[in-house]
Ligand binder design. Sequence first.
Ligand code: PGA
Length: 256
Amino acid sequence: MTGAAHEVKTPIFAANWKMNSGPTESRAFLRTFLARNARRPDRTVMFFPPALSLAAVRDSLRERPDILVGVQNIHWEAKGAFTGENSAPIAKDAGATHVLVGHSERRHVFGETDEQTGKKVAAAVAAGLTPMLCVGEKLEERERGETEAVVVRQLRAGLAALSNAQIASVLIAYEPVWAIGTGRTATPADASVVHVATRRELTSIAGEHGAKVPILYGGSVNAQNVRALLDAPGVDGVLVGGASLDAEGWATIVRS
Ligand code: PGA
């Protein structure tokens, strides 16, 4: 169901801490988490802390290079007069390997446009960062039957500047906006429909390269529902906000 050439092998567990956990709290979190998380080759773990906590997180993970660390946003320019912003080369220099682009809070709280997500994805790839492009429909769009059209539009705009080979190295997160931080999760079947449509679009844009792109699900994922979501056809991992803020709870989710 995920497409014959679908090649994603190990599930990805990505924690999006949003604007939570400064350096001190991040270190304490990782002490607890690492005590409960043995290295396992059959899953990939990733943290997206606030940018100011990146160094503390990297430092806490120095014995665990298998765990990946990214930032939650970048500007599309490499440098310049953009007070308050961080660029892809700055994030890379600070030790990030990944970056979230187009998270629904960036799009709907901060007004980020499809075109800007495309520029950010291109800037990330140019700097050697792996972008995780987030896509997803709002409740009114779902109710109007526009879910697939919205996701396809966001995918096309977000990936517009990349070659097919570059597309093979990105990650996608499908996060229905109505499920983020609301406690309302898409059913595994609902998620699967959109994941399969996303895969179809990725292979139509980039052929066999599109088959390699992991597609994560996000939106009120927790220890109770994670297993069923990961078992849903087409779901290659999870992007978790609220439930990734408790170290023991997150360790439980990653073990699932
Ligand atoms: P949530 O957030 O798990 O708290 O719904 C997910 C996200 O925004 O990435």
